[in-house]
Design a protein around this ligand. Structure first.
Ligand SMILES: Cc1ncc(COP(=O)(O)O)c(C=O)c1O
Length: 400
């Protein structure tokens, strides 16, 4: 089934020793829905990288990095911006620039900062992370934020920052509106707190709501934007804020080893990503919506398509159908990669520029076919232990 559908069996040498077969997975026409981080640089991006002007960025001499930073500062309506290697580092440095050791950051209990950044803010910067519940739409309850800052009392950490995430990864790509963000900003202001936005997928939120990215972050003191997710750059994030904030972040970036030299090759990719791939995000959202409504029509799949706002969707399988793990394994045999969700029987799929509407049709056919079949433990064309059929890609449990 897999070989027939992908039409590539002739490219995989039968004589390849089984130990090498996992590497042949790169030859296969895989539909990879594990994350938008799997996107690869386009031909035009690679060509632009080859032509890019570079200099020593730690000495402030890389004109391409400067172009990217100026561009993103403008896009986000901030005074200044700084190129950093990853979204994790962007969040870390922004929080550290707002805090002293022993200060406290409030974040959602389902936020990337709280769950998926190795506790770096605490480990490396001495910041206390305090979580409050994320609601299903990715927001934090405004009433909870109202009284969140500890009083000036030597028993308590000094509350300094509230961090939001837009779009919200773990909450299924839900996007926060400008009105909501501004309301949080006003509550923060009243308590003397800074608002940081983890905008790894901010442009997904902006495209989905048809608003400018700057409007979504107008109340934020700092923002971190990833170029290497749905935008398709190979590496990089940009943080933005006031001149003073970015000055502090630059020092901290050096401290954690994030000062890069001829980084223009990466910045050029980021500029192309913003220019060429931002419009693609709308198609990614359409593909996610199509996948969600198609899945909803398959008996045994539970999903509410109305909550799929951007490019991330979560679904579960009814009791008595195959397990989440088994569906992942059987899809993998057909050349489709998805990942487990964050709890129990949940599964997660993410659309991106490497996935077409036609791919979504195929995925829906496969899910339908698998859920109609009786699970087969061994043998037959669905035998996952057959290395010629497996893509060799491990099931992913950590979602980014
Ligand atoms: C919401 C969010 N913030 C931050 C990050 C961290 O980005 P990076 O993987 O570049 O460190 C991710 C990664 O997926 C993310 O989803």
């Amino acid at each position: 089934m897999f070989r027939k559908s992908c039409g590539i069996s002739s490219h995989i040498p039968r004589w390849l020793p089984s130990i090498w077969r996992p590497f042949s997975s790169t030859l296969r026409d895989v539909i990879d829905l594990r994350s938008d981080t799997v996107t690869k640089p386009s031909e035009s991006m690679r060509a632009a990288i080859a032509r890019s002007e570079v200099g020593d960025d730690v000495k402030d001499e890389d004109t391409t990095v400067k172009r990217l930073e100026n561009h993103v500062a403008g896009l986000l309506g901030k005074e200044a911006a700084l190129f950093v290697p990853t979204g994790t580092m962007g969040n870390l440095l922004c929080l550290a620039a707002h805090c002293q050791r022993g200060d406290e950051v409030i974040c959602g209990d389902a936020s990337h900062i709280y769950n998926w950044e190795a506790g770096g803010a605490s480990v490396l910067m001495g910041i206390v992370l305090r979580s409050i519940p994320n609601q299903a739409d990715g927001t934090l309850d405004l009433n909870q934020i109202k009284g969140v800052a500890w009083p000036d009392d030597f028993h308590c950490a000094r509350t300094k920052v509230v961090a939001l995430e837009n779009s919200h990864n773990q909450m299924g790509g839900r996007s926060l509106t400008a009105d909501y963000v501004d309301a949080v900003g006003a509550i923060c202001g009243a308590q003397g707190l800074q608002l940081h936005i983890d905008g790894a997928r901010l442009l997904n939120a902006a495209v989905q709501q048809a608003v400018s990215p700057s409007k979504l972050v107008q109340s934020a003191a700092s923002v971190s934007l990833c170029l290497s997710k749905g935008l398709g750059a190979p590496v990089g994030s940009v943080v933005a804020g006031t001149e003073e904030h970015i000055h502090r972040v630059r020092r901290l970036r050096k401290m954690v080893g994030g000062g890069m030299r001829q980084a223009g090759v990466l910045a050029e990719a980021g500029l192309i990503a913003l220019e060429e791939n931002t419009p693609q995000l709308a198609q990614d959202h359409l593909n996610a919506a199509k996948l969600a409504s198609g899945l909803a029509s398959i008996s045994g799949v539970h999903i509410d398509p109305s909550v799929v706002e951007t490019n991330i969707l979560h679904f579960t399988l009814a009791e008595g159908k195959c397990s989440a793990e088994e569906l992942i394994r059987r899809l993998e045999l057909r050349g489709v990669l998805i990942s487990e969700g964050y709890s129990g029987r949940e599964l997660r799929a993410v659309t991106h520029l490497g996935v077409t509407s036609g791919d979504i049709d195929k995925v829906l056919d496969y899910v339908h076919e698998i859920l109609l079949e009786q699970p087969r433990a061994t043998g037959g064309e669905d035998n996952p232990s057959d290395p010629q059929q497996s893509t060799g890609t491990a099931v992913v449990r950590v979602q980014v």
